[in-house]
Design a protein around this ligand. Sequence first.
Ligand code: PLP
Length: 279
Amino acid sequence: MADIGFLNGRFMPLAEAMVPVEDRGYQFGDGVYEVIRTYRGVPFQLEAHVARLERSAVAIGLPLPFRAAEWSSYVAEGIRLAGYAESKVYIQLTRGVAPRDHLFPVGTPPTAVMTVRQMRSLDPVLCATGVPVITVADLRWGRCDIKSLNLLPNVMARQQAKDAGAFEAIFVRAGEVSEGAVSNVMLVRAGVLVTAPADERILSGVTRAVVLDLARKEGILVEERAIRVEELRGADEIFLTGTTVEILPVIGVDGVVVGTGKRGELTRLLSHRFRSFVE
Ligand code: PLP
């Protein structure tokens, strides 16, 4: 078993994968990415991730070096070469290597990078007991639906959360909850599941879509609408969704206890449904 790197169609040991310093991903954050995990060795919702990668690339005018089927076979090959029971696949696509200039370079091929590492799931105790979060000002740009490499506000927010003894930072813009630094946010009030709409203020999470689908199949009423930050305090339950956090209960916001301070019933039900779905 070994960490695997991939550069423009070629696999290699991860430590040997190198990109020149003039890559625009490095100099401008001029690129997009995806994170995909496996369950039982199979990449989860691969088509949805590849489709989102393509949407992100198109949105920034970045030509795609591979078709969807090619991405899928590269991901499968990377997982096979790495040989882990569960893998975490990172794909990054940048506008290529060119002398530093803001303007798009002409005739420069994009850089396609992939890394495959062992997937380490979150501590199951955390998933059962829940985590505290903090709220932070959403200082990001106006196209959070694009999975852009520019993650400085997310990096700052996540560190701020850690320094405050919290797990995640929840972005708030103009009094409304957008999403977490690495996750989407859902709350439950009087049996209704509420989450922000998939507009330009959030990343439309692959996990979010699966969870909303599972909830609707359970007959749970789902509202995709703006969430006022005050609603977090009155919520019966709050949880995060994402590739790395799956369904993670939130038990405190800015030091105020959520609901009973324990994982809520609906969160538990959806976690079980999610587990059955992935397995
Ligand atoms: N929102 C942000 C800002 C993220 O970075 C992520 C995941 O990385 C998500 C939401 C959750 O998306 P997904 O469920 O596709 O992993």
